[in-house]
Design a protein around this ligand. Structure first.
Ligand SMILES: NC(=O)c1ccc[n+]([C@@H]2O[C@H](COP(=O)([O-])OP(=O)(O)OC[C@H]3O[C@@H](n4cnc5c(N)ncnc54)[C@H](OP(=O)(O)O)[C@@H]3O)[C@@H](O)[C@H]2O)c1
Length: 326
């Protein structure tokens, strides 16, 4: 048993419920490893967990964070394929806001030598998300016009660059003129500031009234009905995030006129099997290595400063991916 610093919550709520505390970390059990983090991911989903927006009701107190990078310190019984000192990355395991933690060995991916700890912390969950959205859930076609909301965000910037490399023409919505300039540099063909004017009309103008075959919508409540209006016949609305709040209930009949499809996916399903996890990781490492996708670190926080980190994340001031130093 060792002591570790963690950030955990004793009740659900705003950023102020995040507490920097000491906690005991147990020895790794069967099929587990003990990890010493070198960098921790900070993702928008952490804010949903903090407020219990997804209604998962985890037992409290609960250490937040789902993504980390580090070094294997100790192996539990039965662990094969990993050794002490290996650099690893993982996602989808609650409890990463910690200097040290135990976790199932089967979810660890060895970090290639040429991918830095910071890059993995900033980009791994986001990159695996872009991979399934663009290459599995809706396979982007050469020459297709696609709409990506919150294009200047952490996931958004990866989606723009990867979508462009797959041959798509991209309409990207953003919250400010500065963010519009940024996404244009990344290859977004039509940046739209959706906080000003009627963005649905603009999408229809750009597509000459046809609409787009797919909308990647991570904003939810404030955009989703508009996203449906932007679709071409048989179009696909993908609501993969709820940054402005969950999508409100709507009549299914609303999809009938244009035979639309709606999906509410999660990365967890797309990397549930070990083979899918490895394939997604390799696909993302490849585009990083080739320089197809670049992920600069947009902000850096100490673990003890997570209240500020969450406030900044929710303020919409940040453009890009963030890293936490344990
Ligand atoms: N389903 C999945 O598998 C999955 C996996 C990973 C991430 N996600 C989702 O993908 C999205 C992006 O994640 P991220 O970590 O990279 O975050 P992020 O995009 O860096 O931050 C969220 C962005 O949403 C936009 N936004 C619009 N309305 C907002 C509001 N009312 N409050 C706050 N932000 C608002 C802001 O950009 P503008 O100012 O430009 O509008 C903000 O920067 C999140 O919604 C996340 O939940 C889903």
């Amino acid at each position: 048993m060792a002591k570790t610093k963690v950030v955990r919550i004793h009740k659900f709520g705003g950023p102020e419920v995040l507490k920097y505390e000491d906690m005991d970390v147990a020895n790794p059990g069967k099929d587990e490893v003990l990890i010493r983090h070198t960098a921790i991911g900070l993702n928008f989903v952490d804010t949903y967990h903090r407020s219990n927006q997804l209604g998962e009701n985890p037992p409290l107190p609960c250490v937040l964070g789902v993504q980390g990078v580090g070094v294997v310190e100790k192996l539990g019984a039965g662990v094969n394929g990993l050794k002490k000192g290996d650099r690893i990355t993982y996602t989808g395991l609650r409890g990463s806001y910690a200097e040290m933690r135990t976790a199932p060995a089967s979810r660890m991916i060895k970090l290639p030598r040429d991918i830095s700890d910071d890059l993995a912390a900033a980009a791994y969950l986001r990159g695996l998300t872009a991979n399934y959205l663009l290459r599995r859930l809706h396979k982007v076609q050469e020459g297709e016009m696609i709409l990506i909301h919150a294009a200047a965000g952490g996931v958004g910037q990866i989606m723009v660059q990867w979508g462009k490399a797959l041959g798509a023409n991209i309409i990207g919505t953003v919250g400010s003129d500065a963010k519009a300039k940024l996404v244009a540099k990344l290859g977004c063909d039509f940046p739209l500031v959706y906080t000003k004017g009627n963005w649905v009309e603009k999408v229809m103008e750009i597509t000459e009234g046809k609409g787009v075959p797919v909308v990647y919508d991570s904003v939810g409540k404030t955009t989703f009905m508009g996203s449906l209006d932007c679709l071409s016949p048989m179009g696909h609305a993908i609501n993969y995030g709820t940054a402005s709040g969950p999508v409100e209930p709507f009549p299914l009949q609303r999809l009938h006129k244009k035979s639309l499809t709606v999906t509410r996916p999660t990365l967890a399903t797309y990397i549930a099997s070990r083979s899918d996890l490895e394939a997604a990781s390799n696909a993302f490492f490849k585009v990083l290595r080739e320089g197809t996708v670049e992920v600069p670190v947009a902000g850096r926080y100490k673990l003890k400063d997570m209240v500020k980190a969450h406030k900044d994340l929710e303020s919409r001031k940040i453009a890009g991916a963030l890293v936490v130093e344990p």
